[in-house]
Design a binder for this molecule. Structure first.
Ligand code: ZN
Length: 381
C-alpha cells in the first residue's frame, strides 16, 4: 500500500471506531462531537488551522483549511460525520475491520470514507499551494435535517463551489433530487361500530385520498428531468383509528414527495392541496387538511455548466475513468448549499447500495482514488 493509502485507511478506521449515530434518529446515538474532537487532534498534529462551528446543543461542525493563491476564492469540501443507526450486523459495526480489500463499519461508506479521503488530500498537499482557499468541513445532521450544512451555507463565509462527499462509486454527480415531506389528516366523527351511520369514518375518507395521490404519482412520470428522472410521490406512513369498536375519528398519512431540480417544495404541496380541496368540496365533504410546515429539502440546481463540474470531470477521468455528468435520486448536503447559490458536485468512494445497510463497507481502492481526485480538484479549481 502507498503512504497515502495507509494513512487514509488508518484515519478511516479511527473515524469508524467513534460511534456517531445521529441522535435525532436513535435515542442512544452519541452524535458527532467525539468525531469533531478527534479531528481537532488530527489538525493539531499536522499544524492545520481549524474551527468548531456550534450548531445545536453539544453538536458542532468542524472546519479546517489551507489558504490558496487567490484569497478571494474559496472551495468547500464537505462530508458528514453523523451516521444512521445500526440494525443486525454480523460483526462489530464499530471495528473498522479491514478484509478483502475493504474497510467495514457503520459510516465507512456513508460518509466517513469521503471525509478521510478529503482530510488526507488536504493534509498531504505539502508545498503545493492550491489556487483557491480549500476548506474541508465535517458536518453534522446530514441524515436528518441537514442543519450542519445549513449553518455552513449561512455562516457569512462565501464559497465559489463545493464538492460533497457521498458514496457515488467515484462517479461525478451534478444533479440530484430533493424532497418535501408532510402529514395529511382526515377528521371523522366517532360512533359505536354497531351504528356506523352515526359516525364519519376517517379511514374510509383517507383511503379515497390515498388512491387519488397514487393517481397523481402516475401523472408525475411525464415530468422527467434528463439527469435525475421523474418526480415521485409516496404515501410512506399511515395511522388511524383508536380501537376495535369505534368508527375511526382520525386518520393521518405521511407524504414523501421527491423533487426534481427547479421544482419548488411549495409547488408539490399545492398539487396535493388541489386534490384535498376537491375532496372537501366533493360529495363526501371529507374534512381533510395538510399539517404544515413541511420538512423541506429542495433539489439543488444542476451544476452541469459550472466550472467545478468541468474541473471535477477532468480529475475523475484522469484517476478513475469516470467523470460523465450523472444525476441520482437521493439527497445530500448539496441541497442546503445550493440554496445560497453555491454550485455543487457530489463525488465519493463507496456505493450508495452499501449506505444504511448491515455490514456497510468501502473498497480501499476507491478510497485511494478518491484522495487523488479530491487533491486534483483542490489544486486545479
Ligand atoms: Zn446516508
Amino acid at each position: 500500500m502507498s503512504f497515502a493509502t495507509t494513512q487514509t485507511v488508518a484515519l478511516l478506521q479511527e473515524l469508524v471506531r467513534i460511534e456517531s449515530i445521529n441522535p435525532s434518529l436513535s435515542s442512544t446515538g452519541s452524535g458527532e462531537q467525539k468525531v469533531a474532537e478527534f479531528l481537532e487532534r488530527f489538525c493539531v498534529e499536522r499544524n492545520l488551522p481549524f474551527e468548531f462551528q456550534a450548531v445545536a446543543d453539544g453538536r458542532s461542525n468542524f472546519l479546517t483549511w489551507v489558504p490558496g493563491e487567490n484569497p478571494d476564492r474559496r472551495i468547500l469540501f464537505i462530508a458528514h460525520m453523523d451516521t444512521v443507526p445500526i440494525d443486525k450486523w454480523e460483526s462489530d459495526p464499530f471495528s473498522g475491520e479491514q478484509r478483502e480489500g475493504r474497510i467495514y463499519g457503520r459510516g465507512s461508506c456513508d460518509t466517513k470514507g469521503s471525509l478521510a479521503a478529503m482530510l488526507t488530500a488536504l493534509s498531504t498537499l505539502g508545498e503545493r499551494k492550491p489556487k483557491s482557499t480549500v476548506v474541508v468541513a465535517a458536518s453534522i445532521d446530514e441524515e436528518f435535517r441537514k442543519i450542519g450544512a445549513r449553518a455552513i451555507a449561512r455562516s457569512g463565509v462565501s464559497y465559489d463551489a463545493a464538492v460533497v462527499g457521498e458514496p457515488t462509486d467515484l462517479e461525478l454527480v451534478v444533479a440530484h433530487k430533493g424532497s418535501v415531506r408532510w402529514q395529511v389528516e382526515v377528521e371523522g366523527v366517532p360512533a359505536h361500530t354497531s351504528k356506523p351511520h352515526l359516525g364519519v369514518n376517517a379511514i374510509t375518507g383517507m383511503a379515497k385520498i390515498v388512491s387519488a395521490l397514487d393517481d397523481l404519482n402516475r401523472t408525475l412520470t411525464s415530468q422527467a428531468h434528463p439527469l435525475v428522472g421523474a418526480p415521485t410521490l409516496t404515501v410512506s406512513l399511515i395511522e388511524g383509528g383508536i380501537e376495535l369498536t369505534t368508527v375511526p375519528p382520525v386518520c393521518r398519512i405521511w407524504i414523501d414527495r421527491r423533487l426534481i431540480p427547479g421544482e419548488p417544495p411549495q409547488k408539490a404541496i399545492q398539487e396535493v392541496e388541489n386534490i384535498l380541496e376537491s375532496f372537501r368540496e366533493g360529495a363526501d365533504k371529507i374534512k381533510v387538511r395538510s399539517l404544515l410546515p413541511a420538512l423541506e429539502d429542495p433539489a439543488p440546481d444542476s451544476a452541469e455548466s459550472s466550472k467545478i463540474a468541468a474541473v471535477a470531470a477532468t480529475a475523475c477521468a484522469d484517476v478513475a475513468g469516470t467523470g460523465k455528468y450523472i444525476g441520482v435520486p437521493y439527497g445530500t448536503d448539496a441541497s442546503q448549499l445550493s440554496l445560497v447559490g453555491i454550485p455543487c458536485v457530489v463525488i465519493g468512494p463507496g456505493s450508495i447500495n452499501q449506505a444504511h445497510t448491515n455490514n456497510e463497507f468501502v473498497e480501499i481502492d476507491q478510497l485511494t482514488k478518491a484522495v487523488e481526485i479530491y487533491q486534483k480538484i483542490m489544486l486545479n479549481y
